[in-house]
Design a protein around this ligand. Sequence first.
Ligand code: CMC
Length: 431
Amino acid sequence: MADAKRTATLTLDGKSYDLPVHSPTLGPDVLDIRKLYAEADVFTFDPGFTSTAACESAITYIDGDKGELLHRGYPIEQLAAQSSYLELCYLLLYGELPNSAQLSDFKGRVTRHTMVHEQMHNFFRGFRRDSHPMATMVGVVGAMSAFYHDSLDINDPWQREVAAIRMVAKLPTIAAMAYKYSVGQPFVYPKNALSYAGNFLHMCFAVPAEDYVVNPVLEKAMDRIMMLHADHEQNASTSTVRLAGSSGANPFACIAAGIACLWGPAHGGANQACLEMLKEIGTVDRIPEFVAKAKDKNSGFRLMGFGHRVYKNFDPRATVMKESADEVLDLLGVHDNPLLQVAKELERIALSDEYFISKKLYPNVDFYSGIILEAMGFPTSMFTPIFAISRTVGWIAQWKEMIGETNQKIGRPRQLYVGETQRDYVDISQR
Ligand code: CMC
């Protein structure tokens, strides 16, 4: 970080403290409060980190007012239209778009790692068949640290690299195995002649009894869904991965922590919750009832797939996803899909409603993704695992960036304590 050229002054109890002001390459200036506690004996209070930058990062930038998402400077719309998931993985991990030789070398390295240790199959068999695939994934990804001892040393850049490639390569295999196990079908081994997305579809939908040919339309749509979810700067799961990693935990444990965080309905679990909501609404005439419920604070109900901490204009991923939904349903010959009709009408009604306008609530990436995934044949329980596969590269890129920093510190937030002051222990007979 370059030395700050400006300072802000905080005055407290008659004393002044200079806070360096850093200017990022994009986005608002940042007040550096690192020395505040040592100098002024005060903390700052910011639950939910609404105004706090927890790290420096050069990977992804979001401008929530403009509805802009850049990966290493490249707009998501250009990447979604012209790139591919593995090329984006390379960009996120190494900072630049690959040339042909670099891309083919990267694909080769990922492909060599797509199988999981055969003994890991036993792990799956220990779960109940009706386990949510996210539960299985948290367990199995965490268990990778028990299998791949040669990529656990976070201080060795080569081992970090191998761990990164292993996770990008194996997450689709693990998610597909979780799915196969849940429907009682045999596991399907990866086929390295297929593309990353095509291989995932094959592992999910092929059965030994008959041939399965990957539909190129679905393959492209899956690749695009993966691109749209690949990274999103310091969101809850990424921050979880960074916090877990800051203690020196191994990379597989950190990604398992990220998967656990992603599962929540306010985060990656929203895609499943959104499709379930659209199904519950069912028909266009019931939309006003649900919109009224979403506006009623006492109902505890929110429109799933709506709103975002950072985007206060539109979510550019949602725009691409909506186009994809139209394309995929059209190409699959699914016309007049009732869920798509409900989604579009719900979007129209919500976006003309004063409540949603004033709170700047727009459809997010999860609003249309479920419609595409369901049309592809995935059950709702697989939506969040697909998000997890896609986001793994973002988590790893962010984790690698953090571990590579000099002066990296363990993450350790402070608190505003509101509990009892010191008191004396009372014997149980006197309570
Ligand atoms: N429906 C109805 N009201 C909402 C919604 C919604 N989906 N989202 C926010 N609000 C209201 C909220 O009640 C609050 O009102 P008030 O100011 O009167 O108290 C105001 O808008 C601000 O909400 P917030 O919860 O303080 O905002 P946040 O930045 O903490 O939360 C969010 C962001 C994404 C968690 C939230 O919008 C939400 O719960 N959305 C539904 C779940 C969802 O779709 N999540 C996916 C997010 S994108 C993908 C991902 O991150 O994985």
